[in-house]
Design a protein around this ligand. Structure first.
Ligand code: WT7
Length: 642
């Protein structure tokens, strides 16, 4: 057996879970011995969720290692010729690429040299803005090789968003491509980076990989081609790049995510705990068997890609398939074509993708074999029963378990999920906490509910190795956001229901964070973007149920004047696109004269949410409204729209 810590039966799960609660340090220390270390840790865990410096979380204290040695070097003797990455291009006619562990290792070392030649040192922050091509993971691993901290920005974010992220982390280098192919589109990544960099004084170097041959403007002294830099490394004649020896708690990466207030936060993950946790959860949740082809459809720009395209699978010596394109191009059968073409065994995707493919009908599924599939996974939002059943029946042919995996950018890895082939499934339930995870459900008074059956806000009361350590540059904000609401607990922002057999059902965010097509966006962020438009006085954004996206974005907007509402609507969409990115564009904009405010000036979002949903009654207690007639006006406006 190749993973000594792989759980095979429900009894083994129960035993592992018990041990992980009774003796967390012993539990994780045992698993940690199966990795490559330069120096063993002195102590397993130090933590405090409550004190003045909270959160303090340190795993494997004083242990020394490099994550790329665990993802690459240690596999070379046994798996050097096994595919590490299979890359399926956007255009099915183009040749796919396979990188073996040896090849990936060599490319990472070469590019790590490139980074060094360009002045990147341990601890420096490197922004990566690329499409889904193998050079993206190569760039990330090259950073990790030399101890630089990567900050990947999803390709759907605007120049302004990139600039905000670069400036917050003070990045010195940006790695990008000329462009990215997505369906029949060609996104000019370098040109977007150029727009961003006007505002970014810390960036000294931009390294550009050629993908689309889109014309780009290369700025003398700042911009260099990836390919040219590789040639320089070749002439230097030293193909190996020894791994920087990192402390277990040295930062690995920053990934920005939206919260309920203000601008996105840089979630910080560190080295050893993150590596061990993503590896452990990957091997267990998906029941990965050596040699299997694993396909996660996420974009590496989100945490799912970081943990379950890259670090989890590679640290486990798995074969991970990455796909450049979109599920509906050239047609809505693309995922299933990829599964057949590469004989995929494990498929991990999102409910929004399932719903959108469902809507295209069964014609795109019927001629596909899908016979290699063994395990299916879902992530990003609650999976509704209809989508679950469709996925189970038409893709998994009722043979494949579906693991509904609940987790977050902050958690680094999956926390609540079935273990494939082990945990009895229940549609729309994330089921049980993984070993090492201690959930708590809180009541309205802020107390932990002690009975098995519980409904309330979901917290976690004990650290797990993969959790984030802080928000970049603002530890205070980290404490306030996640640890102040329930002292002594990590607050997830999600609501949940726990059944008497301890099965968890995640009911969605209880804060002002939206989940649109599995993308997390703060309502305040969208409002700020809308308010930047010169005709806008004020706005309020809420989510509403959307058949494909899960949640849609509904904006109530007050304008100074409205001569041509249709044009203003388009202008606002363009503004949001510019400020955040196309993913944050409202699905619906309703122009209003006033917003329902309380006497203390707070917008009553509860009412707006109801109206956005099309529900015109049952607004609850509205006695604190300053002017109740506002609600009537908005209702009329809503009715006139649909
Ligand atoms: C939020 C985190 C986890 C990686 C992708 C999203 C929601 C995520 C599930 C699930 C119900 C889920 C939660 C969570 N969510 N997975 N299986 N069932 N809800 O990461 O962008 O940080 O978003 O996604 O609301 O808080 P993220």
């Amino acid at each position: 057996m190749s993973y000594p810590y792989q759980i095979r039966t429900f009894e083994e799960y129960q035993k592992a879970y018990q041990k992980s609660v009774q003796d967390p340090e012993g539990f994780w220390a045992e698993i940690a011995t199966h990795f490559t270390w330069h120096k063993k840790w002195d102590r397993v865990l130090e933590w405090d969720f409550k004190g003045p410096g909270a959160p303090i979380v340190k795993w494997f204290i004083n242990g020394k290692l490099n994550i790329t040695e665990n993802c690459l070097d240690r596999h070379l003797p046994t798996r050097g010729h096994q595919p590490a990455i299979i890359w399926e291009p956007n255009d099915p006619e183009e040749h796919y690429r396979v990188l073996t562990y040896q090849q990936l290792h060599d490319k990472v070392c070469q590019f790590a040299q490139v980074l060094k030649n360009n002045g990147v040192k341990k601890g420096d922050r490197v922004c990566i803005y690329m499409g889904m091509i193998p050079e993206l993971p190569i760039a990330m691993l090259a950073c990790a090789r030399i101890g630089a901290i990567h900050s990947v920005v999803f390709g759907g974010f605007s120049a302004q968003s990139i600039a905000d992220r670069i400036n917050d982390a003070q990045c010195s280098v940006v790695i990008t491509c000329d462009g990215a192919f997505r369906g029949n589109k060609d996104v000019p990544l370098k040109s977007i980076v150029d727009d961003a960099l006007v505002q970014c004084p810390t960036v000294k170097r931009v390294i550009v990989y050629t993908r689309t041959r889109t014309p780009v403007s290369m700025i003398k002294g700042r911009d260099v081609w990836w390919e040219d830099e590789l040639k320089i490394v070749e002439t230097q004649g030293n193909p190996d790049c020894p791994a920087e020896i990192m402390d277990a708690e040295d930062p690995l990466y920053i990934l920005y995510t939206s919260g309920s207030t203000g601008k996105p936060k840089g979630v910080l993950h560190t080295t050893a705990g993150y590596m061990i946790y993503t590896n452990y959860t990957f091997v267990n949740v998906f029941n990965y068997q050596p040699g299997e082809i694993y396909f996660c459809t996420a974009d590496i720009g989100w945490v799912t890609g970081h943990s379950y395209i890259l670090y989890g699978p590679l640290s486990a010596g798995a074969t991970t398939l990455m796909f450049e394109g979109i599920p509906t191009w050239p047609d809505a059968g693309r995922f299933w074509d990829i599964v057949d073409k590469h004989r995929v065994n494990i498929l991990y995707t999102a409910p929004t993708a399932i719903r959108s493919l469902m809507a295209h009908g069964l014609d795109f599924v019927k001629n596909k074999k899908l016979d290699t599939l063994r395990v299916l996974g879902s992530v990003g939002e609650p999976i509704n029963e209809e989508a679950w059943e469709w996925f189970y029946e038409h893709i998994g042919k009722k043979r494949c378990p579906i693991v509904d995996t609940w987790w977050q950018t902050e958690t680094g890895g999956i926390l609540i999920s079935p273990i494939a082939t082990v945990t009895p499934l229940r549609p729309s339930y994330a089921t049980l906490p993984l070993p090492g995870v201690q959930p708590a459900v809180m009541d309205e008074k802020g107390q932990e509910i002690q009975t098995p059956e519980a409904t309330g806000n979901l917290c976690i009361k004990f650290p797990w190795p993969g959790m984030f350590r802080t928000t970049w540059g603002d530890h205070e904000r980290c404490r306030k956001t996640y640890f102040d609401p329930y002292p002594g607990y990590y607050f997830t922002g999600d609501g949940c229901i726990r059944e008497k057999d301890s099965y968890y059902r995640i009911t969605g965010r209880v804060d002002d964070v939206l989940n649109v097509s599995g993308h997390r966006i703060g309502t305040a962020e969208i409002e700020n973007a809308i308010n930047m438009h010169s005709d806008v006085v004020e706005s309020a954004v809420v989510g509403f149920p959307h058949p494909i996206k899960g949640q849609g974005i509904y904006a109530f907007v007050i304008c100074t004047h409205l001569d041509d509402p249709e044009l203003t609507r388009k202008d606002i969409l363009e503004t949001v696109s510019r400020v955040i990115g196309p993913i944050a564009k409202p699905d619906k904009i309703q122009f209003v004269k006033n917003l329902p405010k309380t006497r203390s000036g707070k917008i009553m979002r509860r009412i707006l949410r109801k109206i956005a949903e099309g529900e015109m009654e049952n607004f609850g207690d509205t006695t604190s409204l300053l002017d109740p007639s506002v609600v009537e006006e908005i209702k009329q406006g809503r009715l006139a729209m649909s």
